[in-house]
Design a protein around this ligand. Structure first.
Ligand SMILES: CC(=O)N[C@H]1[C@@H](OP(=O)(O)OP(=O)(O)OC[C@H]2O[C@@H](n3ccc(=O)[nH]c3=O)[C@H](O)[C@@H]2O)O[C@H](CO)[C@@H](O)[C@@H]1O[C@H](C)C(=O)N[C@@H](C)C(=O)N[C@H](CCC(=O)O)C(=O)O
Ligand SMILES: Nc1ncnc2c1ncn2[C@@H]1O[C@H](COP(=O)(O)OP(=O)(O)OP(=O)(O)O)[C@@H](O)[C@H]1O
Ligand SMILES: N[C@H](CCC[C@H](N)C(=O)O)C(=O)O
Ligand SMILES: [Mg+2]
Length: 486
């Protein structure tokens, strides 16, 4: 059992009513999960306001209510804690409840539109290679050393973050690398973590449905850097137009990486091939398994982070050249002379980068066939842009479904099609069923051709109207190309 006033340490309080020395069992922010003597934190959400569930929480046995607005009718046996921001309070309370696990290991957060999973996973793999026990919080999976804990979000909720960090500390982890999504930063999911550093990969078009404007999206990312402590580092991509903005108000040590502009961690691309990347870093020539210029940036972010955490650059480069990166990112599957590439590119910038990389490494006469869709219940404005990019940079394009969620799949596809230039209509097909779309790409491909299957990467489901149907691009591509027996 914990004492309420201890878990409120460092929480910005407005008012308290009732016994602050009472024992509490758990902290919850969903009334449906309330247990006896728990603390219910009422959070104003995106869909509903948690304040509307205060009574339900009390009826289920909550002993303490943490809220921004006090209810009119107060129960004499309940303790009420009024805070400025319930979401931020949740993070700080969770950190206190789990005895501040992030102060017991080196925790680095990675933010940016693209490259978070890749960077965090490379860091995890690198530090494992270097002999450490490491934790990872990522879109693909959460890890405590070798143990895999399935991920539901890119960044877990504030309570889960602290619970996972506590388990990492218990398992002897000395480092943890985590993704910080813009949703998570705005929602205060990261508010209780003590960071040793943060990395900014890049920012481009995404999530405007949630943030409203690009400026708000930039502000969300910047908040992570604004809140870094003095003894940490802020490592940013100097070649990204918004990189320096991230550093404007930070107290952390400012560090940069890049390929073009002057930077603390710099590289030159010597070879960019389907086999990997050869980089010149401080006069050392090193091969890496990752492909494409964008991965040169990810590698530099990883190198910079490791060096800033006190690792030796030579050793880092040696170990980094061995690692593979995250699954579902530029996964090559070669079957019967056709190269299929499964990639999680689900933003305009990522799609453009991957297609430009493919164009850059192709040997000549082969066709590039792209299969791509856009998610439902997500930023609609990226749909026509992604379809235009796909058609401009491919020989044939099949527009298809990618987690339509609650939307009509054909409506999403029409919105995508509206971005295609009329001259590109003849190379564009619409096939709503993703399995059929991949199959068709297999049928029209000839030996030597490259098929890019974009948007889902590691995902193992297709979400349609609230149901997640098993679906894995990598499995389907293997099945179908074998079936076609080319
Ligand atoms: C839009 C969004 O991000 N919503 C997230 C947010 O939920 P919310 O606060 O909006 O929830 P809400 O339904 O409005 O409810 C408000 C409050 O009332 C409570 N409630 C609700 C019902 C009830 O009966 N009782 C009750 O107490 C809820 O627990 C909540 O505390 O906080 C929840 C807990 O952390 C998240 O699970 C939820 O993620 C939803 C499911 C989601 O799909 N999020 C995606 C968009 C997301 O976060 N994606 C990013 C990655 C994006 C990227 O960078 O690519 C991620 O980090 O995964
Ligand atoms: N540094 C980068 N710059 C631009 N594009 C990138 C970069 N790294 C990866 N990509 C592209 O973006 C896709 C997604 O990469 P990754 O999963 O690492 O990003 P993410 O930021 O974790 O995405 P999410 O927001 O969904 O968690 C990759 O499959 C690749 O196509
Ligand atoms: N983290 C991203 C993932 C998008 C992946 C794509 N397959 C989709 O479902 O839109 C999001 O939640 O917007
Ligand atoms: Mg990710």
């Amino acid at each position: 059992m914990k004492i309420l006033k201890d878990i409120l340490y460092k929480v910005s309080l407005n008012a308290t009513i009732g016994n602050m020395d009472r024992e509490i069992s758990e902290i919850v922010f969903d009334s449906r999960k309330v247990v006896k003597d728990s603390v219910f934190v009422a959070i104003p959400g995106t869909l509903v306001d948690g304040h509307g569930f205060i009574l339900a929480a009390i009826e289920k046995g909550a002993g303490v209510i943490v809220c921004e607005i006090l209810p009119e009718d107060l129960h004499p046996e309940i303790t009420y804690v009024q805070v400025i921001s319930a979401a931020s309070a949740l993070g700080v309370m969770a950190a206190n409840y789990y005895e501040n696990p992030s102060s017991k290991l080196k925790l680095v957060a990675v933010t940016g539109t693209n490259g978070k999973t890749t960077t965090a996973t490379l860091l995890y793999q690198l530090f494992v290679e270097m002999g450490y026990e490491v934790g990872l919080l990522s879109t693909v999976e959460n890890k405590i050393s070798d143990e895999v804990i399935p991920a539901t979000h890119t960044t877990p909720d504030a309570l889960s973050i602290q619970a996972l960090l506590a388990r990492m500390v218990e398992a002897g982890c000395t480092h943890c690398f985590m993704e910080a999504s813009s949703h998570a930063i705005v929602q205060g999911r990261t508010s209780g973590v003590q960071l040793s550093g943060a990395v900014f990969t890049n920012i481009s078009h995404d999530h405007l449905d949630y943030h409203g404007t690009f400026d708000e999206y930039i502000k969300a990312k910047k908040k992570l850097f604004d809140e870094l402590p003095k003894d940490s580092f802020a490592l940013i991509n100097a070649d990204d137009k918004r990189g320096m903005v991230m550093l404007q108000n930070t107290k952390a040590a400012r560090q940069t990486f890049g390929l073009k502009y002057p930077a603390d961690f710099k590289a030159k691309i010597l070879t960019n091939a389907l086999e990997g990347l050869e980089l010149d870093i401080n006069g050392k020539q090193v091969w890496f398994r990752m492909i494409g210029e964008f991965n040169a940036y990810n590698i530099l972010g990883v190198l910079g982070t490791a060096v800033l955490l006190g690792e030796d650059e030579e050793e880092v480069l040696m170990q980094l050249s061995k690692v593979q990166g995250a699954q579902g990112r530029f996964d090559k599957i070669s079957i019967a002379g056709i190269t299929a590439i499964v990639d999680y590119a689900h933003t305009p910038d990522a799609l453009e980068n991957v297609l430009k990389t493919i164009q850059g490494v192709r040997s000549g006469g082969e066709q590039v066939i792209t299969v791509v869709g856009c998610g439902g219940n997500r930023d609609k404005t990226k749909r026509p842009i992604m379809a235009r990019i796909a058609t401009q940079l491919s020989d044939k394009v099949i527009l298809t479904s990618d987690n339509p969620r609650d939307e009509e799949p054909m409506q999403i596809l029409k919105e995508m099609e509206s971005g295609v230039n009329p001259v590109d209509f003849k190379k564009t097909m619409i096939i709503e069923d993703r399995r059929e779309a991949i199959k068709t790409a297999g049928i029209i491909a000839n030996k030597g051709d490259i098929i890019l299957i974009a948007g889902k990467g590691h995902e193992t489901y297709q979400e349609i109207k609230g149901v997640k149907h098993p679906f894995d691009d990598r499995e389907i591509v293997k099945e179908l190309i074998t079936l076609l027996n080319k």
